[in-house]
Write a protein that binds this ligand. Structure first.
Ligand SMILES: Cc1ncc(COP(=O)(O)O)c(C=O)c1O
Length: 440
C-alpha cells in the first residue's frame, strides 16, 4: 500500500484542487480521507469527523450504506457501463420510472447527465430549442437571480449570479436578465412580473433554486413564494426551470423543495443527492409537452442533439435506485422532519454569539453569517479568512465543514440522528466562539 506520506506528496505535486487557492493549500498539510463510518469521515491517521456538509451537499444516508454498496457491487459484476445513445440498460430504465413516481405530478421524461452543471445545460438548451421548434426563435433569453448558482460550465455560469465566482468569465457568457435574490423575495416577485410583462417575447425560461440559494450563502425565500412565481411564469408563457441539485432529496424537509408549495416546474434539475452521494449522476426531468415538441421525422432534425458518454451509467443508476429505496423503507423524510425541529432549536443558540449577524435555514440546510461588528454592520476583511479559521477549528473538534466566505454552512446528511446533530451544532458553536472571540 502507498504510504500516507507519499499520498500527500503526490497530491501536493500533481493535483489542482477545485475552488481552492493553491498557494494557500500548498503550505498546508493535506487532510487525507480514506475511510468512513455512517456520517463520519475517517482520515489517514484514524481520526473521525462528522461529515458536516455532506461531502459538499451530496451525501444523504451516510457513508458505507450496505444497501447502496451491495447494489453497486451487484451491478459491477454484470456490467459497469454501456451507452444510452439509442439503447438502454435495466438500471437507467428502472430509475427513470422511480424518479417519475416521486417527481411533482406532470413530469414525465428523464434525461440523464453526469453532474449538476451538465443537467443545467440540458435544461437551458431544452428550453431554448422548445421555443425554436415552436417557431418562437426570439424567445432565447433566460431570467435568473442575483446570488443564484447553477454550476461552473459556461451556460450555467451565464445564468449564475455570484460575482466572486462568475464576473471573471463575463466576456465568455451569453446575456441573461437578472432579478433580486432571496434576500428580498417580495422584490423578486414584483420585479419578475414587471420584467416578464415587458420582455416575455424574448424570454425562454426562468431558472432558480427553489427556496434556498445554496452557494449564494444559504439565502432562504419566504414561505409560499414559489406558487406566485409559477403563476407569473404561466401568465406570461415562460418556462419554469427549478434547479434542485442542492435542495433535492430531502435536504429541505420534503423530497423536493418545490413540494413545499406543490409546484410542478416545466423542467426539474436533479444531481448531487440522486445517488445518495455515491457516484456522479444527474437528471433533467420534463413534461410531455416539452418532450413531444421534439418528436418528428429524422430529416426534420428536431432531435435533441445533446448527450454525455456516461449518460445513464448503470453503476450510478443502481446506486440511485438503492438510495430511493432507502428513502421509502426507512421513511427518511418523516424522520428528517423530526430532526429538523431539533436543528432549528439548536440554531437559535447561535444568536447568543457576539459575532453572529444572521442565521438562515430551511430543513437541513443552514447558513450562519459572521461579522466583525454585527451591530454596526462591519464585515470581516477577506484576508481575515474568518470562515476558514472557524472550519479549521471545527476540524479539531471532529467536524468537517466548508464555509462560503464568512458564512458557516451546516448541511449534514439527511439521515443524521438527533444525537449526532447535536454534537455537530455544539462543536460548530464552540468553534465560532473560540475563533471570533479571540480574534483581535
Ligand atoms: C443549485 C446547484 N445547481 C448546480 C450545481 C452544480 O452541480 P455540480 O457541481 O454537480 O456540477 C450546484 C453545485 O453546488 C448547485 O448547488
Amino acid at each position: 500500500m502507498t504510504s500516507t506520506k507519499k499520498i500527500k506528496s503526490y497530491d501536493l505535486d500533481y493535483i489542482w484542487h477545485p475552488f481552492t487557492q493553491m498557494k494557500e493549500y500548498l503550505n498546508e498539510d493535506p487532510l487525507v480521507i480514506e475511510d468512513s463510518d455512517g456520517i463520519y469521515l475517517i482520515d489517514s491517521d484514524g481520526n473521525k469527523y462528522i461529515d458536516g456538509v455532506s461531502s459538499l451537499w451530496v451525501n444523504i444516508h451516510g457513508h458505507k450504506v450496505s444497501k447502496i454498496n451491495s447494489a453497486i457491487k451487484k451491478q459491477v459484476d454484470k456490467i459497469a457501463h454501456s451507452t444510452l445513445l439509442g439503447i438502454t440498460n435495466p438500471s437507467a430504465s428502472l430509475l427513470a420510472k422511480k424518479l417519475i413516481d416521486i417527481s411533482p405530478v406532470g413530469l414525465k421524461k428523464v434525461f440523464y447527465s453526469g453532474d449538476g452543471a451538465s443537467a443545467v445545460e440540458v435544461a437551458l438548451k431544452m428550453a431554448f430549442q422548445y421555443w425554436l421548434i415552436k417557431g418562437k426563435k426570439n424567445k432565447n433569453k433566460f431570467v435568473c437571480l442575483k446570488d443564484g448558482y447553477h454550476g461552473d460550465t459556461l451556460g450555467a455560469v451565464s445564468v449564475g449570479g455570484i460575482d466572486t465566482f462568475h464576473s471573471t468569465f463575463k466576456p465568455l457568457l451569453f446575456k441573461s436578465y437578472q432579478i433580486a435574490s432571496y434576500d428580498s423575495s417580495n422584490i423578486t416577485i414584483k420585479e419578475l412580473e414587471k420584467l416578464l410583462k415587458a420582455k416575455s417575447d424574448s424570454i425562454a425560461a426562468l431558472i432558480l433554486e427553489p427556496y434556498v440559494q445554496a452557494a449564494g450563502g444559504i439565502k432562504v425565500a419566504e414561505d409560499g413564494y414559489l406558487k406566485e412565481i409559477q403563476k407569473i411564469c404561466k401568465k406570461y408563457n415562460i418556462l419554469l426551470i427549478l434547479d434542485e441539485v442542492a435542495t433535492g432529496f430531502g435536504r429541505t424537509g420534503e423530497m423536493f423543495a418545490c413540494d413545499h408549495d406543490n409546484v410542478t416546474p416545466d423542467i426539474l434539475v436533479l444531481g448531487k443527492g440522486l445517488t445518495g452521494g455515491y457516484l456522479p449522476l444527474s437528471a433533467t426531468i420534463t413534461t410531455d409537452d416539452i418532450f413531444n415538441t421534439f418528436l418528428g421525422e429524422h430529416d426534420e432534425l428536431k432531435a435533441f442533439f445533446h448527450g454525455h458518454s456516461y449518460s445513464g451509467n448503470p453503476l450510478s443508476c443502481s446506486a440511485a435506485i438503492a438510495n430511493l429505496d432507502i428513502f421509502e423503507e426507512e421513511r427518511t423524510i418523516t424522520k428528517a422532519k423530526k430532526v429538523i425541529k431539533v436543528f432549528e432549536n439548536e440554531l437559535k443558540e447561535f444568536t447568543g454569539l457576539k459575532h453572529v449577524s444572521s442565521i438562515r435555514s430551511k430543513g437541513l440546510m443552514a447558513g450562519i453569517d459572521l461579522k466583525r461588528d454585527p451591530g454596526n454592520d462591519v464585515s470581516y476583511k477577506l484576508k481575515d479568512r474568518i470562515g476558514k479559521k472557524v472550519c479549521d477549528e471545527a476540524k479539531k473538534e471532529g467536524v468537517l465543514i466548508r464555509p462560503l466566505g464568512d458564512t458557516i454552512v451546516i448541511m449534514p446528511p439527511v439521515s443524521i440522528k438527533e444525537k449526532e446533530l447535536k454534537k455537530l451544532t455544539k462543536s460548530i458553536y464552540k468553534s465560532i466562539k473560540e475563533v471570533t472571540e479571540n480574534e483581535s
